[in-house]
Design a binder for this molecule. Sequence first.
Ligand SMILES: [Fe+2]
Ligand SMILES: [Fe+2]
Length: 289
Amino acid sequence: MIASKINPLESLDEWEDDLLRRYPNPEDIATSKSTDDYRNYEEPARDTVKEFYRLNHTYQTFEFVKEKQKDFLQFNRKEMTVWDAFNFLNQLVDDSDPDTDLDQFQHLLQTSEAIRKDGHPDWMVLTGLMHDMGKVLCLFGEPQWAVVGDTFPVGCAYSDKIVYAEFFKNNPDYADTNYNTALGVYEKGCGLRKVDMSWGHDEYIYQIMKNHLPEEGLYMLRYHSFYAWHRESAYEYLLDAHDKSMLKWVKLFNPYDLYSKNPEPPNWAELKHYYEDLVNKYLPEKIKF
Ligand SMILES: [Fe+2]
Ligand SMILES: [Fe+2]
């Protein structure tokens, strides 16, 4: 298989740009500023996103997720300081983005700065800074469809609220009676913490950070790409009271992720000191990936 067949997106940002098309910034609509300001979409770009979801929905099975958990949750690949991890993540270069030359770190910093400017607690600022660090999965050789894209529960029927849900027909679990009922392997109201999500950068960074951030921040990390839940209200029958009380935090986080992109990079020299203190306050010297 040629690389473009495994990885149809020119860059991971293509998926995020598609999110902006699906969920445009209400403020931009209010001021009639078109979301085209973010990017001029062309049909071929949509086709790559579609192909990306075809792969994602075909191969994210319950068994696949279990295998990835077993492998990656040993955290035996790399041990790095947070700062080395940002440098590592930035090896994911994106030279196709027509409107910005910002690297992965800049997206993280713009997200965290937008959170900070609105006066939210410092752990939420750190959550913004770390939320996409799981994309290092790409640098460990994982295909795009196992790193980014909307996430969803596996082991139970796929919601038709998931983008390009028609592609789930290609997934072996779709026809497996263990997995294709509404509850599948789960119990009604069991809570999302007992549910296995499709594998990707959200679950991975959650697992890395789970001893270091408050519960609200952990929900933001773990479910930030679970659009079928936090935007479309699907999977009600899997939720417990804890999920319902955490939903507002996941919703609070989402606009900072989607709408903080700005061609002006933040002034790192001025911000460095604040972020060094913040990282030292919550995170250990080195993090295991
Ligand atoms: Fe993300
Ligand atoms: Fe993000």
